[in-house]
Design a protein. Structure first.
Length: 394
């Protein structure tokens, strides 16, 4: 082989090896870069900003006390109806104007609505016409407590028809009003009744500590919810996780006493420990203070709303109102009350049992009404500086 060919062959071999090395190095670099890219991609952490939005839902509630329908009250309603049935609506005309501004409105049906077919009756064992309920529904009320010391009135005499008629009346109006405290069976009592307003789910329960010595038959305890710590704990537990707002009406205390008893305070603390948001008290027939126990708002007594009892203290009732806010934030739901306001009311028993807000009174309707306003305002606000009373200027 000539020297020229030998040099050419060596050059070709060298170039081949250089090309081979270059290819191998390129492949290795490509593999490395590809692997590096894959590793970097797998290690990339994408941080999405989590925005925990606070959501608020609002409603409001107004509450009045006892519809205590004495004979003279339903006789007056009979006159309003021109002696054809009964019309209680004129008695509520001024309070209706206030109630219309509220989503929720509560009252206590002190006397049983057994209807005229069972014979109307007055003190000491009452039976009232259905038209009482008609008037309250017309006025915008949609929560009614049925557990009172008069729930068992005339039950034996009518062979149970008073409660049956009453419960059926309220069931027939269940789209308009939520009733609690008296039932026709255990199944009826144990049914969980939940309603919703403005995104706030609410439940409502009712109990009485008295039955005026009228014994509830064994095996028929559903007729009226008599306060029992175990029963109320069981019922509250059925509701608590299903609702945002849980309200309990309590028929308790001592008649004509303007401050709560030790028993009332003890029950209120117990209900607060069970997670009740609002306790609405009746039975004393006079106004008692409002206060907080923990996060629980307690209205010890709203007094009478409409009645024929004698004395300014028994003819003066309280219309209590609150704004309610449900807040959802960080996975937690809370209920808060604000603008806790009391409006004093007076039933004019001398002129048709019309219920007047105090700011509509004058000395012709109630002589010295300004002094009574000062007296009862002090009772309402005695336990809490978070409570105010509507002024006489309205």
């Amino acid at each position: 082989m000539s020297k020229r060919k030998s040099r050419k062959l060596k050059r070709n071999i060298r170039n081949f090896f250089l090309l081979t090395i270059l290819v191998v190095v390129s492949v290795c670099i490509g593999w490395y870069l590809q692997r590096k890219d894959n590793v970097d991609t797998s290690e990339v952490v994408i941080n999405y900003e989590v925005v925990d939005t606070k959501k608020e839902y609002k409603t409001n509630l107004v509450m009045v006390g006892d519809a205590l329908i004495h004979g003279i009250v339903y006789e007056t309603a009979h006159k309003y109806a021109n002696y054809s049935g009964y019309d209680f609506k004129p008695m509520l005309k001024y309070t209706k104007e206030i109630v219309k501004d509220y989503d929720l409105a509560y009252y206590n049906q002190e006397t049983i609505l057994g209807g005229v077919e069972l014979g109307l009756a007055t003190y000491p064992q009452f039976n009232s016409p259905y038209e009482v309920g008609d008037a309250f529904i017309d006025a915008g009320f949609n929560l009614v407590s049925l557990a009172t010391n008069h729930t068992m009135d005339n039950w034996n005499l009518t062979k149970g028809k008073t409660i049956e008629n009453s419960v059926n009346y309220w069931k027939n109006h269940s789209d308009e009003i939520l009733a609690a405290g008296s039932y026709t069976s255990f199944e009826d009592r144990d049914e969980v009744r939940i309603k919703e307003v403005n995104g706030i789910k609410y439940g409502f329960l009712s109990y009485t500590t008295y039955t005026n010595g009228l014994v509830v038959p064994v095996g028929r305890e559903y007729l009226v919810n008599v306060y029992d710590k175990d029963l109320i704990k069981e019922e509250i537990e059925r509701y608590r996780d299903k609702v945002d707002l849980l309200m309990v009406a309590m028929h308790w205390g001592t008649e004509y006493m303007t401050y709560p008893t030790d028993e009332q305070k003890s029950i209120a603390k117990y209900l607060s420990s069970l997670g009740v948001d609002l306790i609405i008290g009746c039975h004393p027939h006079v106004i008692e203070p409002i206060e907080y126990i923990g996060d629980t708002l307690v209205i010890y007594s709203l007094g009478n709303f409409v009645s024929s009892q004698v004395g300014v203290e028994r003819l003066t009732g309280l219309m209590a109102s609150v704004d309610i806010t449900k807040t959802e934030y960080h996975g937690k739901t809370t209920i808060d009350f604000s603008n806790i306001m009391g409006t004093l009311l007076f039933t004019d028993r001398n002129n048709g049992y019309i219920v007047y807000p105090y700011h509509l009174l004058n000395d012709n309707i109630l002589s010295g009404y300004k002094n009574y306003y000062e007296k009862y305002s002090k009772v309402v606000t005695a336990y809490s500086d978070k409570v105010s009373v509507r002024s006489l200027e309205g």
